[in-house]
Ligand binder design. Structure first.
Ligand SMILES: N[C@@H](CCC(=O)N[C@@H](CS)C(=O)NCC(=O)O)C(=O)O
Length: 216
């Protein structure tokens, strides 16, 4: 199977964490979201143009990080499950996954893009993003006060969704005043799956930030 992704993309990172948690082998193709040419070529594969996108060995291609992780769970049943089989536990994981995408990842990206000039500054959108992040981080702080991972003591799809935006949140909506969330972020960086993801994207991020500083 082949994963189309962009190393700096949070939703790509979410899927990569899942693939590494499962120890699965996969080919990759990088879609450079900063290049109009690369994006146009990718739209031949997936016309919506968003990453990630998984092309399995057989059958239809799959966009959407959550759908990809659910597919991996079903297709490779001998690998660690990221959505538990128990229905109530699975419901909690799916709910937390949605909350993380909608009220952590999307608002972090909104604030980040406004900060680095990828989107025009819009105070209403920024205020809404901060409101969502305050509420989501308060909820995470409470949950993480007595458990290691977002939905309990097992690492799940909810953690795959929660961890990537925390990297960028450090720059646009820091959470060091939240001790349980800060400990979770430390734990996440020790997790081999995410450490592997970081080893690819952090140097790219640092290079871009250094370039942006020298331009200004
Ligand atoms: N709901 C999608 C979101 C994917 C998404 O927004 N990807 C971003 C990168 S993190 C992207 O491809 N942006 C390019 C664009 O919007 O054209 C998922 O879970 O995969």
């Amino acid at each position: 199977m082949k994963l189309y992704y962009f190393p700096l993309s949070t939703y790509s990172q979410k899927t990569l964490i899942a693939l590494h948690e499962k120890g699965l082998a996969f080919d990759t193709e990088i879609v450079n979201l900063a290049s109009a040419e690369s994006r146009a070529a990718y739209e031949q594969v997936y016309p919506i143009g968003k990453v990630p996108y998984l092309k399995p060995e057989t059958g239809f291609g799959l966009p959407e990080s959550t759908a990809i992780i659910e597919y991996l769970d079903e297709t490779f049943p001998d690998t660690p499950r990221l959505v538990p089989l128990d229905r109530e536990a699975a419901r909690q994981v799916r709910f937390s996954d949605r909350m993380c995408d909608l009220y952590v990842d999307n608002p972090v990206v909104e604030l980040l893009f406004q900060k680095i000039g990828f989107r025009p500054v819009n105070e209403d959108d920024a205020a809404r993003a901060r409101k969502y992040l305050s509420a989501a981080f308060a909820n995470m702080e409470q949950r993480l006060s007595n458990q290691d991972w977002l939905t309990g003591n097992a690492f799940t799809m909810a953690d795959c969704a929660a961890i990537p935006p925390l990297f960028y949140a450090q720059f646009v909506f820091p959470f060091n005043d939240r001790p349980a969330l800060s400990r979770y972020w430390q734990r996440a960086q020790q997790r081999p799956s995410y450490a592997k993801v970081m080893s690819e994207f952090v140097p790219i991020w640092e290079q871009r930030m250094a370039g942006a500083r020298s331009d200004s």
